[in-house]
Ligand binder design. Structure first.
Ligand code: 5RP
Length: 226
């Protein structure tokens, strides 16, 4: 049993023909996109329209012959399905290890763009304290060096995200620092301080976006709801 596939399958069970969907980014979201493509080809689902949280997902969706539209043509969405890097028991999350945090945040603001946002994940993503891994912070290239200096002074050890030997460029043309979340610090307060800096575009802290999560493990599926 592959927990990522089982979580994706459970979320697919919530999709109805005619829905407008938001498709997430990452290996778990990719399983959902694959299963959705299968369902469309088998015609167990019809008239589905989707928008994507990254160019990578859009390429996969097109490969699966899933109809893809710009966000503004579909919003408000009926449902968004995406993965997460860390989830706490209040359904707060850290996302962005796949580098798509900004478009994910835009698509997944529930009050603004979507009626429901289901997170799909395996049990390893559930944590008692957010910040086990680093928090992604997307910044404009112009502010890169000065923000690096500021974050160093804050003691949060900014690591510039690299890909194939050069700084990663996001779909929106920005860069990403992965910063520490000190155990002594409340993540919401830390994020407020980080966001106060001009040049910070977004962080991977998603405090209230998810309406529910489906968590898969060898023992089966469990739902977390707000
Ligand atoms: C991408 C994300 C992903 O949803 C997150 O990194 C989870 O990925 P995976 O399912 O591969 O573990 O936020 O920016």
């Amino acid at each position: 049993m592959n927990p990522k596939i089982e979580a994706a399958r459970a979320a697919l069970g919530e999709v109805r023909s005619g829905m407008k969907l938001g498709l997430g980014t990452g290996t778990t979201a990719a399983e959902f996109v694959r299963l959705l493509g299968e369902a469309l080809r088998a015609r167990t689902l019809t008239a589905i329209r989707c928008t994507c949280t990254s160019e990578q997902t859009a390429a996969q969706a097109r490969h699966e012959a899933i109809p893809v539209f710009p966000l503004h043509e579909l919003a408000p969405l009926d449902l968004v399905v995406d993965g997460a890097d860390e989830i706490d028991d209040g359904l707060r999350m850290i996302k962005g290890r796949g580098g798509a945090l900004l478009r994910e945040k835009i698509v997944e603001i529930v009050e603004q763009q979507a009626a429901r946002f289901i997170v799909i994940a395996d049990e390893s993503k559930v944590v008692s304290r957010l910040g086990v891994s680093r928090l992604p912070v997307e910044v404009t290239p112009f502010a890169l060096e000065v923000l690096q200096r500021r974050f160093e002074a804050m003691g949060i050890d900014p690591l510039l995200r690299m890909r194939e030997g050069t700084p990663l460029v996001t779909d929106e043309g920005n860069r990403i620092f992965d910063v520490l979340v000190p155990a002594t610090e409340d993540i919401a307060t830390l994020v407020d301080t980080i966001r106060d800096h001009a040049g910070v575009v977004e962080t991977g802290f998603f405090p209230h976006e998810a309406t529910e999560a489906v968590i898969a493990s060898a023992g089966g599926i469990r739902w977390m709801r707000r």
